[in-house]
Design a protein around this ligand. Sequence first.
Ligand SMILES: NC(=O)c1ccc[n+]([C@@H]2O[C@H](COP(=O)([O-])OP(=O)(O)OC[C@H]3O[C@@H](n4cnc5c(N)ncnc54)[C@H](OP(=O)(O)O)[C@@H]3O)[C@@H](O)[C@H]2O)c1
Length: 197
Amino acid sequence: MENTDSHVTVHMAASLDGFIARKDGRVDWLETSDEFPGGDTMNPEFVEAFLKTIDCYVMGSRTYETALRFEAKGLGWSYGDKPTFVLSSRELPHIRDTVEFYSGDLAQFVNGRLRPAFRNIWFVGGSVVSAECLRLGLADELRYSILPILIGDGIPFFAKLDRDIALHLAEVKAYKSGMVELRYEVRGRRGELPNAT
Ligand SMILES: NC(=O)c1ccc[n+]([C@@H]2O[C@H](COP(=O)([O-])OP(=O)(O)OC[C@H]3O[C@@H](n4cnc5c(N)ncnc54)[C@H](OP(=O)(O)O)[C@@H]3O)[C@@H](O)[C@H]2O)c1
């Protein structure tokens, strides 16, 4: 049974040419040194308060493996103490109690398991899982943070979709770091007619 209060967000950061990682999975380019004087500043208190509004995270196994590598290097775990669901058909290291693994039908998992239990559900990548979430019509919102860099090649923001996904631009924010954050609502969910043309 779907909780009508629940909200599914897909969020990722990408280069301006639309890649979320280099071909070998590296995300070293996420640290850029641009300066856009007219932009907003990321206020740490605001970020902390905002992260508190997220109730759980969902990610693909390759994104989890990147998170494990980050943690092994002493760079920390980005998902705090929030329940984190990792999609995988493989046996992966289980490094903390907040991590749970799932394998199977994504629509059944989101609508049957996550929506009844959590209000603010965040898909944090990667490309394969984000595309699957959108393709199945499970996402309400898409947040795309564009970094001021071109990397030429890599893992695309979305793995191939087999249909158009109509979006409504709801918010645009530019930051002093040169990052632009776009927030879109996914049209065609919640009874709205999809864009048929
Ligand atoms: N820039 C950013 O914001 C950002 C965000 C996230 C990730 N990344 C980067 O993106 C890369 C990973 O993205 P990706 O597209 O290659 O992979 P991904 O989406 O993280 O993981 C895909 C894998 O998840 C598993 N999976 C997906 N759906 C499943 C289901 N329903 N049931 C069971 N398993 C399922 C499958 O692997 P198995 O079954 O084989 O385990 C699949 O190959 C990493 O390099 C990461 O660092 C960047």
